[in-house]
Design a protein around this ligand. Structure first.
Ligand code: HEM
Length: 359
């Protein structure tokens, strides 16, 4: 008898349960409440509908953030691909330029005299910016391309360790880079304001494409001013975007951070391309240029050919004609070219010193 009663109660319960589930299936679709309607729920989730969570991280209320997929596709797609073309493109362009034009020589040959071009603080600021930039560039490129280039070469474990340390380096060294850029701005802003000579320099392609062409220039020519302003604006954009990424969700939300990250990559790639060209001209591209940032002293003939107005300014000479960078005469003095009779005593407020002949 007892067994019979239990069977009847069970049968009743099962029937009621069946009715209940049928009723749930027939209820109107409500993605927020009805979890049995999966298609509708996932459509909502895919649209980024925000639900309610009781944990402190309110962002967990968004189950699927679809912009994340767009972000990944952009980063690993066009940005990486065009970025590689940009960097290879600039290297190929410089190689072709070098093959055609060769090294830009000091056409008058070496002078026995040197002129002081950059002081210790200028060189320190330059190299602080340069070294930190190169480290930031290498660790950043590793984040973008390392898994395709380095990982197959050194293996997954070594790559992961290297990238993790690279990321720390990238984060911490960024502060020194910002300091370097700020110092350069303070030291060189005034000398990088545009002048009329820049238009002439640009119109003549800086004299880069033909031998014997030396458009006059002040301390920095128009090409260098473009590099300076590139460093300022790219530097600003890359630092602001970098700090937004380093301190997530302080100012930007998730989607804004994704856009910031894409912007950071694009600016970095253009910045690196510009600096590759800068390094080329400062080393193998032009004879005599590297000394300016190494010892701070430059060959006087180099200075007259590339920065004739600057030499005239610091030596108190009349500005040279743009045809003959060596033809300037001391103000109120003889008309002979200043370089033709070297004097060990400098007329420059920045000091010029005799130097041993280089050949
Ligand atoms: C190995 C790397 C580098 C080398 C060999 C190098 C070389 C040079 C040289 C020789 C000059 C002086 C040119 C002159 O006397 O007229 C110079 C200037 C300058 N450098 Fe660099 N540099 C390097 C990296 C960088 C980096 C990474 C930055 C910035 C991110 C930078 C920013 C500048 C700026 C703004 C100037 C002044 C404008 C100009 O001359 O273009 N340099 N550099």
């Amino acid at each position: 008898m007892k067994t019979r009663i239990v069977s009847i109660v069970l049968a009743l319960l099962l029937t009621l349960g069946g009715v209940g589930s049928t009723a749930a299936q027939q209820a109107p679709a409500d993605p927020g409440r009805d979890v049995s309607n999966n298609a509708e729920m996932w459509r909502g989730a895919r649209r980024g509908i925000e639900g309610y969570v009781s944990i402190p991280n309110k962002q967990a209320g968004v189950l699927v953030q679809s912009e994340g997929e767009n972000w990944r596709n952009w980063r690993n797609g066009p940005i990486s691909t065009y970025g590689i073309w940009l960097l290879l493109g600039i290297i190929i362009l410089l190689a072709v330029f070098f093959a055609i034009r060769g090294r830009i020589r000091v056409e008058a040959g070496p002078s026995p005299r040197r002129i002081k071009r950059f002081g210790v603080i200028e060189r320190f600021s330059h190299w602080l910016t340069a070294v930190t930039f190169i480290l930031l560039g290498l660790t950043g490129l590793n984040m973008l391309y390392g898994r395709y280039v380095l990982r197959p070469l050194i293996g997954a474990d070594a790559f992961s360790t290297l990238t993790a340390w690279g990321k720390y380096l990238h984060n911490y060294i960024s502060f020194a880079f910002v300091l370097g850029v700020l110092l350069l701005v303070i030291l060189w802003l005034r000398q990088n304001l545009p002048t009329r000579a820049d238009l002439i320099w640009l119109a003549r392609g800086g004299g880069l494409f033909s031998k014997g062409s030396h458009p006059p220039a002040h301390k920095f020519n128009a090409g260098q001013k473009l590099v300076f302003w590139g460093v300022v604006f790219f530097g600003l954009a890359i630092s602001v975007s970098g700090f937004l990424l380093m301190f997530p969700f302080t100012v930007a939300d998730l989607h804004q951070m994704q856009l910031t990250q894409l912007g950071h990559d694009i600016v970095a790639l253009f910045f690196i391309a510009m600096i590759i060209a800068h390094i080329y001209i400062g080393t193998i591209g032009m004879e005599g240029a590297f000394e300016a940032m190494n010892s701070g002293l430059v060959d006087e003939n180099w200075a007259r050919e590339h920065h004739s107005l600057w030499v005239a300014e610091i030596k108190g000479e009349t500005p040279p004609s743009d045809r003959d960078p060596h033809g300037s005469a001391p103000a109120g003095g003889a008309t002979r070219p200043a370089w033709s009779a070297p004097s060990p005593v400098s007329s420059s407020p920045l000091s010029s010193s005799p130097a041993p002949r280089r050949r």
